[in-house]
Write a new protein. Structure first.
Length: 339
């Protein structure tokens, strides 16, 4: 069935109006499809009977299936129906490379066959049924095609095309979002824990501040006020963001007491070994990697590789801590200029 691009996209989207002759053809095709459905149902019943050793019943049903197959083929070729239980010697076997109807060479409606023979004949019936399906499709395409068939074919191609375009668009959007993530509004969190031997954290010992996408690319200072239960600790877990694919720089971290005295400070810079300075102070760095080549003395630029990035720092136990200040900058990784 050939069709032009013009026909595919510019033809009517409504079902066509059929002529009286085409309507008759559609009715005839519907009847043939229903008959094929009936044959399929009988074949399924025959298979169940054979598998359950109901051989007598299978023999009875087999006689009906045989005439169903024969007369369907007769109808496809405009020949008269052969009455059930009549002689099949007049039936002309089709010239085909398949084994369709070959089982009829040893068929006798008056002789009950064994289970082995029934299984063999059943296989022949299945081959014949599939042959009739193919013959029907060929006939429908060559001699019984109507405007409705063409419309259905065009509609099918349109549905596949539209679905493919939508799916491709969705995949493209998702891939673009993955490849080039845009900073979203989220939070930066600080958890305190006891010390290196006891790094467990809990939501009750956590403070957070919002990170706004409007602050991307500029330095921002985040000031966390610690409640009394968080005033004494020997470790700090920093969750810098909740999104993968975002580059960030931590310039200065300070922990102060109520009087503003600095109890602890930290700059994450590149050491001569190209690792962060004082690397032993980092108990864990998760879902984060360094971002590209950097020189000793520079601030460590990092990039989140998952949705739960975190940095765990350990230090001598602090007393009476009241405030955490951290200066950070967030950058959308794909917008970073190469050095």
């Amino acid at each position: 069935m050939k069709m032009s691009v013009k026909e595919l996209f510019l033809s009517y989207w409504k079902s066509p109006v059929l002529s009286s002759e085409e309507e008759k053809i559609e009715v005839l095709k519907k009847e043939k499809k229903q008959k094929l459905g009936e044959i399929e149902f009988r074949l399924e019943s025959l298979e169940i009977l054979i598998s359950n050793d109901k051989l007598a019943d299978a023999n009875i049903l087999f006689n009906y299936v045989v005439y169903d197959l024969v007369n369907y083929y007769q109808s496809l070729n405009g020949k008269k129906e052969i009455p059930k239980d009549s002689d099949l010697s007049s039936f002309q076997l089709p010239e085909t490379k398949t084994k369709a109807f070959q089982f009829l060479k040893n068929f006798s409606q008056h002789v009950e066959v064994t289970e082995t023979k029934l299984n063999e004949i059943f296989e022949g019936c299945l081959v014949t049924y599939n042959f009739l399906i193919d013959e029907s499709k060929s006939l429908f395409r060559s001699k019984m095609e109507t405007k409705l068939d063409r419309f259905k074919q065009i509609r099918k191609i349109r549905i596949i095309s539209v679905t493919s375009i939508l799916l491709l668009s969705l995949i493209s959007v998702l891939y673009y979002q993955y490849k080039f993530p845009v900073l979203k509004d989220q939070t930066i969190k600080m958890y305190t824990f006891v010390d290196k031997e006891h790094p467990q954290t809990s939501e009750s010992l956590m403070v957070s501040l919002p990170v706004s996408k409007t602050g991307v690319g500029v330095w921002n200072e985040y000031v966390f006020t610690l409640p009394e239960p968080m005033s004494q600790f020997g470790g700090l877990r920093i969750d810098p963001l909740e999104q993968r694919g975002i580059r960030f720089v931590l310039d200065d971290l300070q922990i102060l007491d109520a009087n503003g005295k600095v109890l602890y400070s930290k700059k994450i810079t590149v050491s001569q070994s190209l690792l962060p300075e004082d690397y032993q102070d980092f108990l864990e760095i998760s879902d984060i990697k360094t971002a590209g080549k950097q020189l000793p003395g520079e601030l460590v630029e990092m990039i989140s590789t998952g949705r739960d990035p975190k940095i765990l720092l350990v230090f001598p136990t602090l007393q009476n801590a009241k405030t955490i200040k951290v200066k950070m900058k967030y950058i959308e990784a794909h917008k970073v200029k190469k050095k």
